[in-house]
Design a protein around this ligand. Structure first.
Ligand code: NAD
Length: 461
């Protein structure tokens, strides 16, 4: 616990890890595979403890814990284990004639000692999947989980040293001051997952030591529902992910832009779907993580100028909010200007897909963009014309589960990416190596230059 650690102890911890890294212990593929195996065993052997920690921190059900924290972590581990040997292979490159005879290649080098700062909303997945990438790349890793998921943070601090190399992977618990104390030491990389505002602070704290950053941030992820969409499927997929973790998911659908001609039918289908999904406990509100977030969301509700077509109620007693659909809010009201990160879903009417594209492009670049449409041409247009971290057509959030695809934001939604090989690259230095022979060694390239030598050099280079 950093609360119990002073700056000197933080410095000692990082210094020890530097020594471990410098010893070369974390470089061989065998070490990397052994850590990945150990991590897999940790998750499998402690699934019940992970479920209990998530229930305690976030009131999450066992199904949701498996779906959103356990299964995707195991998938990342398995994918890395299968591929890490291949990823580590040097990449030979063809060289221009004027460089020959020589050989050139790119060699993937571990960065050194890296820092992973996690959020509270998927505390295991968003701490352990960056860890997978960092150890696959042969680094020593400090993890700073979120203090807002204390049971999950404590469980990781307890279990990780029992499974993975405890001198190469450590957990430092604590709040923002713990991240700051760590960042002050300087790292070879930091991967931060959290909100955009804190992301700015991370980048500022990383600047004095020139620590490179990957920022996995948030923002508003819009959904376009075109007139030719399968409205039943769109409503099901939107409602499913919006209800998950009470909408407190970075790639949850933030708001919907629906074409006017299908607006009423879509809203009706959405309401029916929400009722179906909540049939077992129709009156249960959605739990919100803390008072600050609860107050923020209820403030959005009070300030809304839209029509609340379902939900709208909240309970201070158990800090819950009913899933709420707000029809045609003012585009300038708080719910439309800030990331929602809760169970509120604004639905705005647009005349056509052009208007939807224009609306999204007039705002910060989203982390995820979703569009439901049967038209290939419309899908192509949206993919080409709207900058976003990632795009999913006819589904929500599924791209996060494909380790073959890079996951990350752009602009205000983040910088850099990870998952699968992209994570391996994030935590590796791509070292270029050019290996030449001593001979031939043409004299004319060295000074003093004659006219003839210069003419030859111009032809060569
Ligand atoms: P947050 O930014 O409040 O906190 C994230 C981490 O930063 C925590 O570990 C926290 O202790 C630390 N921190 C807080 N203040 C700090 C400071 N001043 N200096 C250094 N570190 C500090 O985020 P959160 O509330 O845990 O998560 C919610 C946000 O994260 C949402 O915006 C969401 O969209 C985003 N998010 C993004 C992704 C993604 O993959 N892009 C995933 C999940 C969440």
């Amino acid at each position: 616990m950093l609360d119990d650690m002073n700056t000197e102890e933080v410095a000692d911890l990082v210094a020890t890890m530097r020594t471990v890294h410098a010893s070369g212990r974390t470089r061989p593929v065998e070490w990397r595979m052994a850590q990945l195996d150990a991590l897999e065993r940790l998750v499998n052997e402690h699934e019940d403890d992970i479920v209990a920690a998530l229930a305690s921190d976030l009131g999450r059900t066992a199904v949701d814990a498996w779906l959103a924290d356990i299964a995707p972590t195991l998938a990342e581990i398995e994918y890395a284990r299968k591929n890490v040997k291949k990823w580590m292979r040097p990449l030979r490159k063809r060289l221009p004639l004027n460089q020959l005879p020589a050989r050139g290649w790119v060699q993937y080098e571990p960065l050194g000692v890296v820092l992973v700062i996690g959020p509270w909303n998927y505390p295991f997945y968003l701490a352990l999947s960056p860890l997978v990438a960092a150890i696959a790349a042969g680094n020593c890793v400090v993890i700073k989980p979120s203090e807002l998921a204390p049971a999950s943070s404590a469980l990781m601090a307890d279990l990780l040293p029992k499974y993975v190399d405890p001198e190469a992977v450590t957990v430092v618990e604590g709040d923002g001051s713990a991240s700051q104390a760590l960042l002050a030491q300087g790292f070879d990389h930091v991967l931060f997952t959290g909100g955009t505002e804190i992301g700015r602070k991370i980048m500022a704290a990383a600047a004095p030591t020139l620590t490179p950053v990957t920022l996995e941030l948030g923002g508003k992820s819009p959904v376009i529902v075109a007139a030719d969409a399968d409205l039943d499927v769109a409503a099901r997929r939107i409602a499913w992910v919006k209800l998950m973790n009470s909408g407190q998911t970075c790639i949850a659908p933030d708001y919907v832009l629906v074409e006017r001609s299908v607006r009423d039918q879509f809203v009706e289908t959405l309401l029916t779907t929400l009722a179906e999904f909540r049939a077992e406990s129709p009156d249960a509100g959605q739990p919100i993580v803390n008072d600050r977030q609860y107050e923020r969301l209820t403030r959005y509700l009070k300030a809304s100028k839209g029509t609340i077509v379902v939900g709208g109620e909240s309970s201070d007693v158990d800090r819950t909010i009913q899933p709420t659909v707000i029809l045609d809010p003012d585009p300038d009201e708080p719910a439309m200007c800030e990331e929602i990160f809760g169970p509120l879903l604004p639905v705005l009417t647009v005349d056509d897909v052009d208007e939807a594209i224009g609306f999204i492009n007039s705002r910060s670049k989203p982390l995820a963009l979703y569009a439901f449409t049967g038209s290939k041409a419309v899908r192509r247009r949206i993919a080409d014309e709207v900058p976003a971290g990632g795009v999913v057509f006819n589904h929500i959030a599924m791209h996060v589960l494909a380790p073959q695809l890079p996951f990350g934001g752009v602009g205000d939604s983040g910088m850099g990416a990870y998952h699968g090989e992209w994570g391996f690259w994030t935590f590796s230095h791509r070292k270029s190596v050019l290996s030449k022979a001593a001979k031939p060694d043409p004299r004319f390239v060295y000074p003093p230059y004659t006219e003839r030598a210069l003419a030859l050099m111009r032809r060569m280079f």
